[in-house]
Write a new protein. Structure first.
Length: 209
C-alpha cells in the first residue's frame, strides 16, 4: 500500500510557514522553496542503500559506508515543479533530471502531453516526481502515467502542500507510489485550490499572474 509521509522536521515546518505567507515576495519565495526542497530531499533519501568501502585515512585503513550505486532521477512537472529541482540537486548533484509537461484539453478534459523528456535508463532509476502542490491530484496522476508508459518502475512523489482529496485520488490511481509532503492541509475549495495552501505556486515562483 502507498504511504503518505508528512515531513515534520522543524526547519521544514518553519520555512513552509513563510512560503505560505502572502507577504513573502517572489525572490524570498523562490529561495524558501529551494531550501525546503533540499531539506525534503534529505528526508526522502533516508533509506537509500549503503555498501561498505575500504578507505585510507591519515591514521590508517578502515571500512566506511557509500551509496550502493542506486541511480536517482528528478522529474519536475512543468512549470511549478522546476522551482524544486535545484534544491534537490544541491544534495544529490549526480541525479539525472527529466521533465514532464501536461495540460488538460478544455473540451475533452483529457490530459495532453506537450513535453516529456526523461533519462534513457529511466527503468533503472528511482525517480522523484516533484510538484509544489497536490490539489485534485490530476496532474500528478497523469505525470505518473507518463513515466510508467516509458518504463519507470520506481517512483516517489514529492510536494510542499497536499490536500486530502489529492492524496486519495493519487493513492487510488497509483497504489505503488509513496507521497512525501511538508504539509497535509484541510481541503480543497470550490475552485480546486488548497485551503489554507499557499496560492498559485507557479505564479508565486515566477512572478506571473
Amino acid at each position: 500500500m502507498p504511504k503518505i509521509h508528512v515531513l515534520d522536521h522543524p526547519l521544514i515546518q518553519h520555512k513552509v510557514t513563510y512560503i505560505r505567507d502572502i507577504n513573502t515576495g517572489t525572490k524570498e519565495f523562490r529561495e524558501l522553496v529551494d531550501e525546503v526542497a533540499t531539506l525534503m530531499a534529505y528526508e526522502i533519501t533516508r533509506n537509500l542503500p549503503l555498501t561498505q568501502k575500504e578507505i585510507e585515512t591519515p591514521i590508517g585503513k578502515g571500512m566506511s559506508g557509500v551509496l550502493a550505486g542506486k541511480k536517482l532521477g528528478i522529474v519536475p512537472i512543468l512549470r511549478a515543479g522546476l522551482g524544486m529541482v535545484e534544491g534537490i540537486l544541491n544534495l544529490i548533484p549526480a541525479a539525472k533530471v527529466g521533465h514532464v509537461g501536461l495540460y488538460r484539453d478544455p473540451e475533452t478534459l483529457q490530459p495532453v502531453e506537450y513535453y516529456v523528456k526523461l533519462p534513457s535508463d529511466v527503468s533503472e532509476r528511482e525517480l522523484i516526481l516533484v510538484d509544489p502542490m497536490l490539489a485534485t491530484g490530476g496532474s500528478a496522476i497523469d505525470a505518473v502515467h507518463a513515466l510508467k508508459k516509458r518504463g519507470a518502475k520506481n517512483i516517489r512523489f514529492m510536494c510542499l502542500i497536499a490536500a486530502p482529496e489529492g492524496v486519495k485520488a493519487m493513492t487510488d490511481a497509483h497504489p505503488d507510489v509513496d507521497i512525501y509532503t511538508a504539509a497535509l492541509d484541510e481541503k480543497l475549495d470550490e475552485k480546486g485550490y488548497i485551503i489554507p495552501g499557499l496560492g498559485d505556486a507557479g505564479d508565486r515562483l515566477f512572478g506571473t499572474k
